[in-house]
Each structure stands twice: as C-alpha cells, then as structure tokens.
Design a protein around this ligand. Structure first.
Ligand SMILES: C[S@@+](CC[C@H](N)C(=O)[O-])C[C@H]1O[C@@H](n2cnc3c(N)ncnc32)[C@H](O)[C@@H]1O
Length: 204
C-alpha cells in the first residue's frame, strides 16, 4: 500500500463498473455538481485543476467555465473514460496521476476543484496537501471543495474532517453550504470583493 492513501487496487476494483458512483445518473450527483458550479464566484476562470476527476462528468461542466483544464486520476480506466468524455474540449487535458505524488508543483491555478477526493488521504498527507493549496493558486485564485458526510469505513478521513482541515488553513472561506449528505466550501487566498461588489451593485 502506498503510505499516504488507499491502495490503487481499491479504485481499480471500483472501475470494473464504468460509472461506479453513478455520477452520470444519480440526482445526488447532479444536484451536488449544480451547487458546486453555482458556488463559484466567477463565471469563467483561466486555468483550472481537478485532481480525482474520475470519468469526467464534473470535468465536462468545468470545461465550459475555463480556458484550460488539467484533470488527473489515479485510475487508468477513469482517465480513459474522462478523455473520451472530454474529446470535444481540446483545452482539457486528462492525465493519470496521484494527487500527492503528481501534484503540479510550480503551477498556479485560478481554480482548484477538490470534489470527493481528499478523504482518501491519511492525516499527514491531508495536512501536507492543504498546506500546498495557497502556493498553487493565483493571487485571486479559488478552491472549491465538496465531500460526502456519511461515514465510510474504508476511508481514512470523514468529509467533515477534510473541511475542518481546509478551514484551519490560511485560506479565507468565501462561501459554504452543507446538508445531511455533503459539505461544500469555496476558499481563497484573500477574501477579495464579493460578486455584488465586483459588479458594482454596491458602493463598498
Ligand atoms: C468519489 S470519486 C469523485 C470523482 C469526482 N471528483 C466527482 O466528484 O465526481 C473519487 C475519485 O478520486 C480518485 N482518486 C482517489 N484517490 C486518488 C489519488 N490519491 N490521486 C488521484 N485520484 C484519486 C478515484 O480514482 C476516483 O475516481
């Protein structure tokens, strides 16, 4: 087992089915994606990074909101399916990669999307990854994180623990949503101006 996370074999086994979590069929997923995309403070981003992209259902939506999208996933089968789904989006690149070992160090993104991926990390790897986020964002860059809240015996972290770690970081929380099923936070290096302020709806 790779020390920082669940073993690759766990995800390889999951992808014996092409859509193991029902990303393209479940209302839970469609609703979660809609809330995630609606929570973003900008209509469009320059560069975006989505580790743990799976079969690219959310990625395809993100691709309509950014000029460049980099997606990685540890499962080769998921990468293959995501590439097919994103074939009509040449500005989107999908690579095989591990969120820790293949984090694009030195690159800065306007948007980092962490959707149901951080609870696979052990506590040290989670802390390390959360610590990398500010340095991987452009000055006005944004992180959106969303995680399932129900306990899963196999996962090293709960969704709530992930979001508590994000909230304990140096990032500022811009927007939040939570319900019984999942938790969502949008974070930035600095709070910046609100959407209404940016659009001149208020004088402040
Ligand atoms: C529950 S799915 C979430 C997919 C997608 N982000 C979404 O919300 O629709 C988790 C995905 O993360 C991938 N994954 C798990 N651990 C990973 C790691 N250490 N590095 C990269 N991808 C990982 C899995 O292969 C799987 O495709």
């Amino acid at each position: 087992m790779t020390p920082h996370r669940l073993p690759d074999s766990y995800f390889h086994a999951m992808y014996a089915a092409d859509d193991p979590w029902g990303f393209s069929s479940r209302w839970y997923e469609r609703r979660k994606y809609a809330l995630t995309l609606a929570a973003l403070s900008s209509p469009r981003y320059g560069s975006a990074f989505e580790p743990g992209c799976s079969i690219g259902v959310l990625s395809a939506e993100l691709a309509t909101r950014c000029d460049r999208l980099l997606c990685i996933d540890v499962s080769p089968r998921a990468v293959d399916l995501a590439r097919r789904r994103l074939a009509a989006a040449p500005h989107a690149q999908v690579r095989s990669g591990d969120i820790v070992e293949d984090w694009p160090v030195g690159e800065r993104f306007d948007l980092i999307v962490l959707s149901e991926v951080l609870y696979y990390l052990d506590a040290d790897a989670l802390d390390d990854l959360v610590g990398r986020l500010p340095g991987s964002l452009t000055p006005d860059g944004e992180v959106v994180a969303v995680h399932w809240r129900w306990p899963v015996a196999d996962y090293p972290q709960t969704g709530d623990a992930v979001h508590e770690a994000l909230r304990a970081s140096s990032l500022a929380v811009l927007a939040s949503y939570s319900d019984t099923d999942f938790r969502l936070d949008v974070l930035r290096r600095r709070p910046g101006r609100s959407v209404a302020q940016r659009e001149g709806l208020v004088d402040a």
